[in-house]
Ligand binder design. Structure first.
Ligand code: IDP
Length: 134
């Protein structure tokens, strides 16, 4: 069964959206396989977002993602990588449709509530990075 890595970012956790978001994924029919609340180190953040190291928003992104606890999850189900991305909505909340997580709960790119793996390769890499015990 396919698995993906999801992470409720510090804005989503501090706004107490964790339960609401887990609820959405479970109601859809996906299974929560692993979950933990963690505060990410700068080192782990840089590794996770390595592909963006050259972007102008990188320092702000690292600062933000390490600013408070995140809720890290492994979600399992049919086509879960693509379906969870659909449920999250576009990266830029201004472009995310109502009914999606970012469309319903966010207004700006830098605080867009949730991360989700975008391919089989990144799902594998990110699950390994955050849940090496699995
Ligand atoms: P994704 O989270 O939808 O996969 P990515 O392009 O991988 O989107 O970007 C990772 C994260 O970096 C985004 O979720 C967002 O928080 C942040 N980000 C991306 N582009 C920008 C930008 O242009 N300005 C500020 N933050 C950005």
């Amino acid at each position: 069964m396919e698995q993906t890595y999801l992470m409720i970012k510090p804005d989503g956790v501090s706004r107490k959206l964790t339960g609401e978001l887990i609820n959405r994924f479970e109601k859809k029919g996906f299974t929560l396989r692993a979950a933990k609340m963690i505060t990410i180190s700068e080192e782990l953040a840089k590794e996770h977002y390595g592909e963006h190291a050259d972007k102008p928003f990188f320092p702000g992104l690292i600062n933000f993602i390490t600013s408070g606890p995140v809720f890290a999850m492994v979600l399992e189900g049919n086509n879960v990588i693509k379906e969870a991305r659909k449920m999250m909505g576009a990266t830029n909340p201004e472009e995310a449709s109502p009914g999606t997580i970012r469309g319903d709960f966010a207004t700006e790119m830098s605080e867009n509530i949730i991360h989700g793996s975008d391919s089989k390769e990144s799902a594998k890499r990110e699950i390994n990075l955050f849940f090496p015990e699995l």
